[in-house]
Design a protein. Structure first.
Length: 190
């Protein structure tokens, strides 16, 4: 049994499903430098494994094992500026406390973070920075189609040399079609 060993503070996770609790703990672990962990099932048992921890690492090449490569880029969920606003005053105006800019070459796509009276400015600043880190770049969706490798699973590290892809990637999603013996992988950078 694997799993993260990053120490976390006590957390009350009431009124949440078991899956939501597991993902909340794994998200906290990632934020504290514990790496990325994947939840998957093996023979009816939940398994938590480190992303990219597989051996061997398979190499998919255009001349041998890749039929097609698709790459899409989207700025639909992009945030390039985060403004931290305080509590509303008597005139119901919330003062701007700070502004953080990200990549503004796509224009200004703004998100507001409210600093409550109980939050310190440092907490609000960190929340704004986390938002920029998470959504501050365009989203890339990469799909690779090729002959089925039934043992390839979500979270596995693979090497791809085909089309615009050349390097190591993590399998974000995999769809196996046993009838046609074809698989479709959605991959992301590690």
């Amino acid at each position: 049994m694997e799993g993260p060993d990053t120490p976390l503070g006590k957390n009350m996770l009431r009124a949440k499903s078991l899956a939501d609790m597991i993902y909340a703990v794994l998200d906290q672990t990632k934020k504290r430098g514990g790496g990325k962990w994947i939840v998957r099932s093996r023979e009816g048992v939940i398994d938590i494994v480190r992303a990219g921890g597989n051996s061997p690492v398979y190499w998919l090449r255009a001349d041998e094992s890749v039929q097609s490569v698709e790459e899409e880029r989207s700025i639909e969920d992009l945030v390039t500026r985060v403004r931290i606003v305080g509590s509303a005053d008597d005139e119901e105006r919330a003062p701007v406390i700070a502004t953080l800019d990200g990549r503004t070459e796509f224009g200004v796509l703004q998100e507001l973070v409210t600093q409550s009276d109980s939050d310190s400015p440092a907490v609000a600043q960190q929340e704004a920075q986390d938002l920029l880190d998470e959504r501050g770049d365009e989203k890339k969706t990469r799909k690779v189609t090729g002959p089925d490798l039934p043992f390839l699973r979500r979270g596995d590290k693979i090497r791809i040399t085909a089309g615009t892809l050349d390097g190591y990637y993590l399998v974000a999603a995999v769809q196996h079609d046993a009838r046609s013996r074809i698989m479709t992988l959605e991959v992301e950078e590690p």
